[in-house]
Design a binder for this molecule. Sequence first.
Ligand SMILES: [Zn+2]
Length: 337
Amino acid sequence: MRKLWITDMLALLLILVLLWNIRPRPSQLDALEFKGKTTSATGLTVQFLGNTNILLDDGETRILTDGFFSRPPAYTVVFGEVSPNTSRIKDCLNRAGIKDLDAVIPVHSHFDHAMDAPVVAQLTGATLMGSSSTLNIGRGLKLPEDQMVQAPLNKFISIGKFEIMFIASEHWEYPDPDQQKRLLHQGISTPLVPPASIYDYKEGISYTLLIKHEGVNIAIQGSAGYKENVIPDFDADIQFLAIAGIELMDETYNRKYQKYVIDAVNPEVIVPIHWDDFTVPLDEGLKTTNLMVNLKFGSNLGEAFELIELNNPNRHIVVLPLWKRIAMHDLLKESSP
Ligand SMILES: [Zn+2]
């Protein structure tokens, strides 16, 4: 009897280890990966740095969304408290070739977007831009007030040759009502001092970002949520689009995500973002979520890709490789018919 119990426990342990270590990788990640030049990129360049970190650089001005590099392990995210990992942030900035930045812009204030941004600002001289919630994350880390700007909504503001508009959108709607209650539609009203629970990093405002740069129009959707009719007339050459979790939503939700987020800016190129497991450090490369997570939440990245492909048959879907600096011109050219 006792022997049987030990065998059962060992079998269970083996299954858990397998579920933890198997990471299904949809074929689209390789099939749609950008295959063009990634060296000596000049002019306006883009660099994908995991999750929803996007660096836009025109040689004079550098703008980074999120700047989330700490990527604390899953057990800390679930059971403990999180805080910025400065040495990991420094390593990532080095590896990405980032010395100075003009602005760091979290797409909303959840920890996996905004937690590291004040440290990135301190290390690069960037201005932290975002909602009052994001600025309270800055205050918790003693970022000076003159290095923070609360982003105005619905009008273009200039940063070098970039013009950026912040639009209040919605976050992806967690299917779990408890998560919805804890993580959506709330702000951070006092300085947030880490370490803190991930639930202390309230959403603030989830943005749609519209960016114009010398004739190139860029849209960024950092979370797979939508608000009806909030995006003004804007014809995007390229859209960075959060796809995590869309496969869990019903048909109506996805029809509206398509209509009010994607069709609203009519992009020629869609770059999926927010698809990698943000609990894995970037020096291990971009990994998909493991089977344990997929089984618990019902996630299936392959299905998310299929949905985007199905609804956008005439658009080019391009997966960007990690770290590589790509000329926007090459990215748009490579993707043109
Ligand atoms: Zn979020």
